[in-house]
Design a protein around this ligand. Sequence first.
Ligand SMILES: Cc1cc2nc3c(=O)[nH]c(=O)nc-3n(C[C@H](O)[C@H](O)[C@H](O)COP(=O)(O)OP(=O)(O)OC[C@H]3O[C@@H](n4cnc5c(N)ncnc54)[C@H](O)[C@@H]3O)c2cc1C
Length: 524
Amino acid sequence: MVDTRHPRDDRRQGTAVSESALVWFKRDLRMADHAPLAEAAHFNAALAVFIIEPAWLGSPECHPRHVTWLLECLAPLRTSLAQRGLPLLVRVGEATEVLMELRREFPFTRLFSHEETGTGWSYERDKAVARWCQAQGVAWTEWPQTGVVRRLKDRRGWATLWQKRMDAPPVPVPAGFRMPIDFKRACLSDLLQPLPTLRDLGLPLGATALWNESTPLGLGTQQAGEDAANEVLHSFLRERALGYRRHLSSPLDAEQGCSRLSAHLAFGTLSMRTVHQATEAAIQATPSRELAYGLRGFAGRLRWHCHFMQKLEDEPSIEWRNFARTVDGLRPGDGTELQDTDRERLTAWCEGRTGFPMVDACMRQLRATGWLNFRMRAMLVSFAAYHLWLHWREPGLFLARQFLDFEPGIHWSQMQMQSGTTGINTLRIYSPTKQALDQDPQGLYIRRWVPELGTSAYPQPIVDERSALAEAKRKLYELRATPEARDEAGAIQQKHGSRRSGLPPSRPRTRKVQAADAGQGSLF
Ligand SMILES: Cc1cc2nc3c(=O)[nH]c(=O)nc-3n(C[C@H](O)[C@H](O)[C@H](O)COP(=O)(O)OP(=O)(O)OC[C@H]3O[C@@H](n4cnc5c(N)ncnc54)[C@H](O)[C@@H]3O)c2cc1C
């Protein structure tokens, strides 16, 4: 995948490169800070493609809400690119087949894209594309777009690398692209075609209906596309970040008080560098100490984004396997089939009818809007892992489908961290009752999402909290005390640990602040 035929020399002489370049859009649906686009602008002929892959549509993490959002991002992007003379074709099919077909119409010799840290299917796809490029004599160049480092040998110094990448000047948007007139004509019929619909793609239409249900605070329905992403970023930097650290925890305040940038980062309508640099500029510019304090808390979390993604990049198997192999087989669903009782519990959890009002309210908000704040995500997982004693993979797949911002590296690392299978973190067990009292003392949130509470329509708790937790803790602490588990913890810390990366500690040092901050997120 390393491009040895770099066009830099031709550019220095001020002439366009005589070859043809194809920009392959993936999870980078923007014009700004887009290195593959900028490179393609130096070529005599350039074309862009987005491939809607059946492997993605059929993957267990994909939900029609992701596809709807993608299509809503593609529409304005296609217009912006066309205005600069770059046709964006949207094709459906397996990547190598689409590239092959395209090459017959447009004989490109260069392929430009961003790197991707995805789940198994996209990793296999990238390997197939690399083989195809090699066989066809196409040079494929990939650029990083986050702080994730490919083929990283050692985590030491990772935070410095992140900083360097994020402080580098953003890539300018090219003024225009070149394309011979006969190719332009050939693309016209493609461009006049409307984008495919969910129906065209064979996806259920009703599945996104719930998501459009707007919640009273207004950010319930998120807007897709680069313009919307910039609006969300700037409304946060200007005003919504005031009180950010206070607003993170309660699901009532978080909806407005969190940045709400995660889906934009996941689909690449904003680059991480853009968000980082805009945040640092806002910190410098604001006269408000409180706003600056909130923004600094947010800036730290941007590093976490890439830190967690790096774990999947370094160890792709964490999507399926425990970080700590000493916990293998601990829970049903980990190498064993779920029994009927486990399945019933899982279903009740997925449907938001566990009889624990805070759990059910959060699950219902998530299903309706595609978003939930960090603490409540962690509580849902803790409930599935400790109260219901379920292995993380099936609950994780269900959540991946619900989260509009599904980002594999963050998701699978967090699923394991909140389930206690990393072998190195303090076990974080959330009591839904305490969370309800702390975060929703007047019951406003619960009443909004569980209106039938207090009537015979609401189920009894599906487990006895006290005995379920006592049993879960006993099993996990016993296991962690074994010499094998201790040895393994050391190796995991070496490979993935945040301290080794050079990231500042996520938890404050004083006990008082620690208690207030617990559950707002931490590192491993
Ligand atoms: C079980 C579980 C699964 C998760 N899955 C995802 C996922 O698939 N995609 C995703 O983007 N986030 C995930 N998170 C992390 C976090 O909950 C979301 O990033 C956050 O709620 C998104 O809302 P926001 O953009 O308003 O966040 P903000 O609080 O405004 O944070 C800003 C950005 O920082 C990053 N960030 C914040 N918290 C974390 C964290 N704990 N770990 C890593 N990065 C963080 C995200 O990029 C986020 O967009 C998960 C958390 C848990 C507990």
